[in-house]
Design a binder for this molecule. Structure first.
Ligand code: NDP
Ligand code: 2IT
Length: 444
């Protein structure tokens, strides 16, 4: 059995039942296997056994009191996965589905994504099974304060810098940052995605969605295609989806559908993004309310139906495993020629294989959605300098970073004899830098 297969088996046996973690691990390990042939010294120092094991996993109780005086107890997590190239960095997910497996898959992916950004950030992820949906602002605040009452002792601007993810936006980050500041009596860049008046970076809100479109623009251009005139599907209607839609529209695309966890809207005239923003950013409403303004559009219950709409480009921007083999078959049959992952691991392993085998240009999340965390790292730089760049400066840097990520992934794919296979390319390019750093730092 090969080194990577052996380590994969060991991890599965040691961490039973963690299916999302196994899935992310399998994909990365399959991709990086050839690197170990070139670097036998890595096996000698147990580099793979080390990288698959989080440096630290923190789990804690998060008690909070609702508006009726009832006590609730959630579970909080922070997976500090790898600090070989910089302080731990990654988002906080607040969603009832959150568990150790999901956060380990996200933390593991984050190591390689952060490496690809070219900036000095390690990999981490955290969160809780708390559901912010339907909670009052005061309830969310009490939860966030309780969450920070434990997490504050494990993070810091040079140690671990959390940020947003599903269910964690500007409101939650504001409450968490405020509690950290109060407990530590220091004002530092310990969070990214902060509000602009207290150290946030211009452009961070837009960065993941814009970055996805910048990345896809490079990938499409290299293959003789573009967003101009293309019909696009975008799942989700949260932070990533909204700004992917905004930038795709600016580039001349026609976005015809968006969704949430209840259903999707199809507007053949093209999605009116101002309406989506008013529903989602304005009043935390549901996507079906789109029809109140645009009765000519269609609403369908369920998440997967969105992938049956004919399109040129699909941008899954909601959550993991939202595209399975059946959805992939529908997209391929209807002529979709490119898929760009705005979410983390939205395409399952079987569907990814189908896209690649049928020649669909497939951009994996750890490359395509890295613009968010890259801009987080730019926020850290600005905080360290106690200075801020203009929106245009940040956006220009983001564009350059996304171009560089595309180049790193496509050239690694070529170097390893799999041109245009950005899954292999992104995994290898992300891994090479972290592996070199770990090797240089010794067995620690
Ligand atoms: P938001 O919370 O802003 O939005 C999430 C969207 O996805 C909502 O429309 C939500 O619908 C939908 N969604 C969430 N969970 C599910 C589910 N289980 N089934 C169906 N739909 C679901 O999150 P973000 O936009 O920030 O994150 C979206 C994805 O992008 C995630 O995979 C995240 O990890 C990834 N990502 C985010 C980055 C960021 O900077 N924010 C950076 C890089 C990646 P509903 O409202 O009904 O729950
Ligand atoms: O998945 C991700 O890259 C994020 N949720 C963003 C993390 C960050 O630190 O900005």
């Amino acid at each position: 059995m090969s080194y990577v297969d052996r380590v994969y088996q060991q991890v599965v046996e040691k961490n039973p039942g963690e299916k999302e973690f196994h899935q992310a691990l399998y994909e990365v390990l399959q991709s990086i296997a050839p690197v170990f042939e070139k670097h036998p010294e890595y096996e000698a120092v147990g580099l793979l056994e080390s990288i698959v094991e989080p440096e630290r996993q923190i789990m804690f109780r998060v008690p909070w009191v609702d508006d009726n005086g009832k006590v609730h107890v959630n579970r909080g997590y922070r997976i500090q996965y790898n600090s070989a190239i910089g302080p731990y960095k990654g988002g906080i997910r607040l969603h009832p589905s959150v568990n150790l497996s999901i956060l380990k898959f996200l933390g593991f992916e984050q190591i390689f994504k952060n490496s690809l950004t070219t900036l000095p950030i390690g990999g981490a992820k955290g969160g809780s099974d708390f559901d912010p949906k339907g909670k009052s602002d005061m309830e969310v605040m009490r939860f966030c304060q309780s969450f920070m009452n434990e997490l504050y002792r494990h993070i810091g601007p040079d140690t671990d810098v959390p940020a947003g993810d599903i269910g964690t936006g500007a409101r939650e980050i504001g409450y968490m940052f405020g509690q950290y500041k109060k407990l530590m009596n220091e004002v530092t860049g310990v969070f990214t995605g902060k509000g602009i008046p207290y150290g946030g970076s211009l452009g961070r809100t837009q960065a993941t969605g814009y970055g996805l479109v910048y990345f896809m623009t490079e990938f499409l251009k290299a293959n003789g295609k573009s967003f101009d005139g293309a019909t696009v599907l975008i799942s989700g209607s949260g932070n990533v989806a909204i700004y992917a839609c905004e930038k795709a529209q600016t580039m001349g695309a026609k976005v015809v559908a968006m969704s949430d966890s209840n259903g999707y809207v199809y507007d053949k005239n093209g999605i009116d993004l101002a309406t989506v923003k008013a529903i989602k950013e304005g009043r935390r409403g549901r996507i079906k309310e789109y029809l109140e303004v645009h009765p000519e559009a269609e609403y369908h219950e369920g998440c997967s139906g969105i992938w049956t709409i004919p399109c040129d480009i699909a941008l899954p921007c909601a959550t993991q495993n939202e595209i399975n083999e059946e959805s992939a078959a529908a997209l391929i049959k209807n002529g979709c020629y490119a898929v760009g992952e705005g979410a983390n691991m939205p395409t399952n392993l079987g569907a990814t294989k189908m896209f690649q085998e049928s020649g669909v240009l497939f951009a994996p999340g750890k490359a395509a959605n890295a613009g968010g965390v890259a801009t987080s790292a730019l926020e850290m730089s600005q905080n360290s300098m106690r200075y801020s760049w203009s929106f245009a400066e940040v956006d220009e840097k983001l564009k350059g970073i996304m171009k560089s990520i595309y180049e790193q992934a496509s050239s690694a794919a070529e170097r390893y004899g799999q041109p245009n296979n950005l899954v292999v390319g992104a995994n290898i390019a992300g891994f090479e830098k972290v592996a070199a750093a770990m090797y240089a730092q010794g067995v620690i």
